[in-house]
Design a protein around this ligand. Structure first.
Ligand SMILES: C[S@@+](CC[C@H](N)C(=O)[O-])C[C@H]1O[C@@H](n2cnc3c(N)ncnc32)[C@H](O)[C@@H]1O
Length: 246
């Protein structure tokens, strides 16, 4: 299916800049129609890839479609583009990765962790400057990820609710072990409650705040922020945007 998407895009790429110039003013309209067609081919290819991955591992994927761009925007909008390296857990087709780049985070600061082999291969192709690891997100520390530095944030697309408490603890603990003490971990869920249970938060000395609700996603999603208890996470005088706290 991936190969099919490549073939659909090929004639547009082959036309090249001089080809488009030769088309003159008519080229403008033709080009935007071609851009639209290329975008919808990409959209379709992305969904087919996601569906393939879901069929082979429904529990590990945890959703039947990639997240929407609106959710990508919401889960990354609190990131400071100068925060340094950002870990993304469960990047899948790269919806959140693209949102982070759009937010101004340099591609070379992204550390993408993805368990599925086909997704990891396409992430390495689509984001050649990022560091891509085909890895279980609970094994970051033992596999030496970010051994040379420390991250400024984590964005998580993992289906944590499908995982055991033990696995949740391994994943959240290893991400916090690699982050600056005041850094935050952003995640989403389709339910109302924080997907990381109270027991896990207490055990790791973390707090959770709901920071966004995204209706334009199927199904609608809630974005949560985890941070270390005692870390200064809100500027004095800044308005509270959270609608829930754990
Ligand atoms: C719900 S999909 C999210 C994909 C993308 N971030 C999005 O929002 O569309 C979950 C992703 O996490 C990956 N994943 C699941 N368990 C994982 C694990 N233990 N370590 C790393 N990646 C994992 C899956 O392969 C899948 O790509």
């Amino acid at each position: 299916m991936f190969v099919k998407a490549k073939l659909l895009r090929a004639p547009l790429a082959e036309l090249g800049a001089s080809g488009w110039r030769m088309l003159g003013s008519a080229g403008g309209a033709a080009r935007s129609a071609a851009d639209r067609a290329a975008r919808s081919n990409l959209w379709l290819a992305e969904r087919l890839r996601f569906y393939d991955a879901w069929r082979s591992n429904p529990q590990g994927i945890g959703a039947i479609a990639p997240s929407s761009r609106a959710l990508g925007h919401a889960i990354t909008r609190h990131l400071d583009p100068d925060c340094g390296r950002v870990i993304e857990l469960g990047s899948g087709t790269g919806v959140f990765t693209r949102a982070m780049i759009k937010r101004g985070i340099p591609e070379q600061d992204l550390v993408l962790i993805e368990f599925d082999a086909a997704f990891a291969t396409s992430l390495a192709r689509d984001f050649p400057l990022a560091e891509v690891h085909r890895l279980d997100a609970g094994r970051l520390v033992e596999r030496g990820v970010l051994a040379d530095g420390i991250a400024g944030a984590t964005v998580c697309g993992l289906p944590l609710l499908n995982m055991s408490l033990r696995q949740q603890i391994r994943i959240v603990r290893s991400a916090f072990a690699l982050m600056h003490p005041s850094a935050a971990f952003y995640l989403f869920t389709y339910g109302v409650r924080c997907p990381v249970s109270r027991r896990v938060l207490d055990r790791l000395d973390l707090r959770a705040r709901k920071v966004d609700i995204v209706i334009a996603n199927a199904p609608p999603a809630h974005v949560w922020k985890l941070s270390r208890r005692g870390a200064a996470v809100r500027r004095i005088g800044a308005p509270r945007t959270d609608s829930g706290t754990h």
